[in-house]
Design a protein around this ligand. Structure first.
Ligand SMILES: Nc1ncnc2c1ncn2[C@@H]1O[C@H](COP(=O)(O)OP(=O)(O)OP(=O)(O)O)[C@@H](O)[C@H]1O
Ligand SMILES: [Mg+2]
Length: 223
């Protein structure tokens, strides 16, 4: 029976680059608010899969439906406001952290509340004076958190997170994990979280384990 409540339906997705098969037979259904973990050895195609779901790459096989519509037929701009993709090595722009946080507001022609930025910084374990810091002064872990904050200014329906805590120490990793779990639950945001971290994997309800190709395709197991 068709489940009309699904936010993403990933059906038999494959990706080949030239002669090389990177992904094969990936299928997964995601409901609003669901927290999914994607793992597997380095080079097995995790980032490629997220890029395909973010509509930055077209699959060479299969299709992806977002709210029942093939993402290939949707406007990339509208889709990317609803499905946000956050990478391991974030690219910050402009001069300061403020320039980055204000950006999602500018593209929506809205005025931000600077106090909210300060509260967000504190929640992510960053001091208020981070707001005016130059992005070139930030550590890798600080950049990761500012980048995540930028994506969380306006909550999407789906968050695609690619190793977003890889540069963080244990305490900050746990904090970011808690924040994302809370946001997902409170605002019904579906999260697809790519990680190598065994602790993060332990806490997931369901894990998609990608196998290196050539292989028999991917398997899903319940944690
Ligand atoms: N455009 C491309 N052309 C050819 N090969 C590619 C292309 N993009 C990725 N690959 C290869 O596809 C494989 C999967 O890459 P991907 O970045 O998705 O892996 P990953 O699972 O995210 O790895 P890691 O855990 O190291 O981040 C790698 O072998 C990579 O070299
Ligand atoms: Mg990767």
């Amino acid at each position: 029976m068709k489940d009309n409540n699904l936010i993403l339906e990933i059906s038999d997705v494959g990706y080949r680059a030239g002669e090389k098969t990177i992904l094969n037979h990936v299928s997964m259904n995601v409901s609003p608010g669901e927290f999914r973990l994607i793992t597997g050895p380095s080079g097995c195609g995790k980032s490629t899969l997220l890029k395909i779901i973010a509509s930055l790459l077209s699959p060479t096989h299969g299709r992806i439906l977002f709210k029942g519509k093939d993402i290939a037929t949707l406007s990339p701009e509208a889709y990317r406001q609803q499905v946000s993709w956050c990478v391991q090595t974030p690219s910050l722009f402009g001069d300061t952290v403020y320039d980055n946080l204000i950006f999602p507001w500018q593209i929506r022609h809205k005025n931000p509340e600077p106090e909210a930025f300060i509260a967000d910084l504190e929640r992510f374990g960053l001091s208020p004076d981070t707001l005016t810091k130059s992005v070139s002064e930030l550590s890798g872990g600080e950049k990761q958190r500012v980048s995540l904050m930028r994506y969380l200014q306006f909550l999407p329906d789906v968050l695609l997170l690619d190793e977003v805590t890889s540069a963080l120490d244990e305490r900050n990793k746990q904090n970011v994990n808690d924040i994302i779990h809370r946001y997902a639950k409170e605002h019904n945001v579906a999260v697809l979280w790519v990680t190598h971290d065994a602790d993060e994997i332990k806490h997931a309800d369901e894990v998609l384990l990608l196998q290196p190709q050539p292989g028999e395709g991917q398997e899903t197991y319940h944690g």
